[in-house]
Design a protein around this ligand. Structure first.
Ligand code: ADP
Length: 308
């Protein structure tokens, strides 16, 4: 099984001709409410790849929490992933204008109330997993606790430090697979006192920032580069460059979650790195071809069709 430790966020987005001005109320074309969050997205992706999924997603005791059980049910995920805490469920509110530009504000709510103790209650599920994945819409303490348990069981761990904050040394040391986009790579380069070019130039990433990050714990570091694909760096082999699959991209939401989860699940299944990267890039590309995330995350069949 795959154990996903992450966030649950209900997002409410309004499609408008233009953004409202301060003090103005505006008629929206549509307003949609969708359950998401990087944790839920990764869990859905892992399930669509055919993996058995367990994990931990926190909700509050408000109305928004009611979106969680049917979302899990619809995705074929176990209700046991949910932990109910006091206070607000993670929620976001955003606008998309006619040009496709978005602005968004998110209150993390219950996601930040997840503790190491909640994680330790799931010790058997973590010990049983082939892969433990986490992202940064939750606090450091539960991630460190989960990765510590994973390490004790020799289980693969995957970290996608998004949205970016500096990665505590203890977490990086317990991370097997680190997946970062250009923004996160720039943040890590700055934290290590290295040049920004090492994050944005794929050759310099492969020669400099990537190997520097490997020294802090991970045995695989992958830089994702949107339509340009990805670069993977390991200690014992030359860097692997994975081209992006050419697609008609309409909405990049969820592409990073699809890529990271697919790479982790495929590696945990025993696939070799080049094949796993190819599947991950196909999953990321396919996710950009549809609006939203729930409907956009691809199935294993769709990935196989594109990846060949
Ligand atoms: P994030 O969403 O975290 O910023 P990226 O935008 O780098 O991550 O996307 C993750 C992966 O998804 C990329 O490495 C690439 O393989 C795939 N991808 C994303 N956008 C596109 C696109 N427009 N065309 C093809 N593949 C894409």
């Amino acid at each position: 099984p795959v154990f996903v430790l992450g966030s649950f966020v209900v997002s409410c987005s309004a499609k408008v001709a233009r953004f409202p001005r301060p003090g103005e109320s505006l008629a929206a074309e549509t307003v949609t409410i969708e359950p998401g969050g990087k944790g839920l997205n990764q869990a859905i992706m892992a399930r669509r790849l055919g993996a058995a999924v367990e994990g931990l997603l926190a909700v509050g005791d408000d109305l928004a929490a009611a979106f969680a059980p049917p979302a899990l049910e619809r995705a074929g995920l176990p209700q046991s992933m949910l932990v109910r805490l006091d206070g607000a469920t993670g929620s976001g509110i955003g606008f998309t204008d006619a040009g496709g530009e978005t602005c968004l504000a998110v209150a993390s709510g219950a996601n930040l109330a997840l503790t190491a103790a909640h994680v330790r209650q799931r010790t058997p599920a973590i010990a049983d997993a082939a892969l433990v994945t986490a992202q940064f819409e939750i606090g450091d303490a539960p991630i460190e606790a989960a990765f510590t348990l994973a390490r004790q069981a020799a289980t693969l761990t995957l970290l996608n430090p998004s949205p970016f904050r500096p990665i505590p040394a203890a977490i990086l040391a317990l991370t097997s697979i680190l997946i970062i986009n250009e923004t996160e790579a720039r943040g890590l380069a700055a934290a290590l006192g290295r040049e920004q070019d090492e994050a944005t130039d794929p050759d310099r990433f492969a020669r400099e920032l990537g190997p520097a990050l490997l020294k802090h714990g991970p045995r695989l570091v992958v830089l994702t580069r949107g339509a340009a694909g990805a670069v993977a760096v390991t200690a014992d082999a030359p860097a692997i460059v994975q081209a992006g699959f050419p697609v008609e991209a309409i909405d990049s939401l969820g592409a990073g979650d699809a890529f990271a989860t697919t790479l982790g699940v495929r590696l945990a299944m025993g696939l070799a790195l080049p094949e796993a990267l190819r599947d991950a890039a196909a999953a990321g590309a396919l996710t950009t071809t549809r609006h939203g995330v729930f409907e956009a995350l691809p199935t294993a069949d769709a990935i196989a069709l594109m990846s060949g």
